[in-house]
Design a protein around this ligand. Sequence first.
Ligand SMILES: [Fe+2]
Length: 400
Amino acid sequence: MLNLDAPRPSDDPADMLDLATYRTPHKIVAAELKDGLAVVRWSDGRVSRFHAIWLRDNCACLACRHPKALERRFLLIDETGEIRIKDIDLTGAGDVEIRFAADAAGKPHLSRFSAAWLRHHDYGDAARAERDHKPKLWSGIKDFELPSFDYRDVMKTDKGLHAWLSAWKDYGAALLRGAPAEPGEVVKIASRIGPLRPTNFGTIYDVITMPNPNASAYTAMALEPHTDLSNWQSPPDCQFLFCVANEAEGGSSVLVDGFSVAEEIRRANPDAFEILSTREIEFRFQDDGCDIRRRSRMIQLADDGRITAIRFNNWLRTAVDLPSTEVESIYRALLVLWRALRNPRFYTRPRLMAGDMFILDNYRILHGRDSFDPNTGRRHLQGCYVDRDFVLSRLRLLER
Ligand SMILES: [Fe+2]
């Protein structure tokens, strides 16, 4: 237990028992108790306000947080009486020290918070807006050049890997060039990020023409822009598409930023947007081994209206099953979306060469291809998926 009578080691920086690296160029210039809140003033003029219960709950002392598991062991539910701040000090290291008033059992508590940790966890409007990741929307064959990265940089350096994954996070799509054009290479690259996510097509799939295809991808047909496995409750989110060979005539890729398209529909056609973001259609995949179906909205929104996912895959759509009064309107809205996906204003058309690879956000970027003539040369892509959680985790580890 913490001994409150022990001398305060106030010149040491507060250890928040957090592996992430928090840095801030701003210093705390004053901290005071006002209306029960801890009010922190920063050297850049920002004022942060922290509630007593929030501070007490986030105390990182050894009594409140496990020193090895780094997880909370403080039990808020067992606190007796109101949690109140008694006084606030700045330490010699520039951190904040909070003394909580004794609870009903007569137990006071001392907590210390590092300035950088507080800056990164400030929940004021300005701080939250600053932390918010805003995807960089893109559109068009003219103005968008896919961010492109060198295979060796990504495979051999943390900086290269970080830049490549950051581009995926911002743009939803990035290109890797110069990999050995070998079958299986896609697994080596994806495994640098995290374990692969299996689907009904296996852990890795080959996009080649097959004599008896169980999916449109395994033909030479053109593929309309689509998201993969729209028929799953949780489609895979990070997709790797690697080119082993692309010698056939045709077969260029098409990529569309679904978020850009959806924002344009929201602006230009709010009625269609309303239907696409509230009504569900069903997607289904069936073969001898499975029958996987899911009803879903084609545009998915967060509570604040932000677009969180696009789901569209024409060959997996099943028969519309909605009230009769809504059937015509869902088709109208679907066609608004589909026409926009085909609009050259929105798509880019890169051609994968042997040793190139896309990394795509399958919840945002729709991908497709032109038809090709398998009699004119070999076309062989390999694909696999990694969960978004692993991608974002890898990024955070690289940022430590
Ligand atoms: Fe696909």
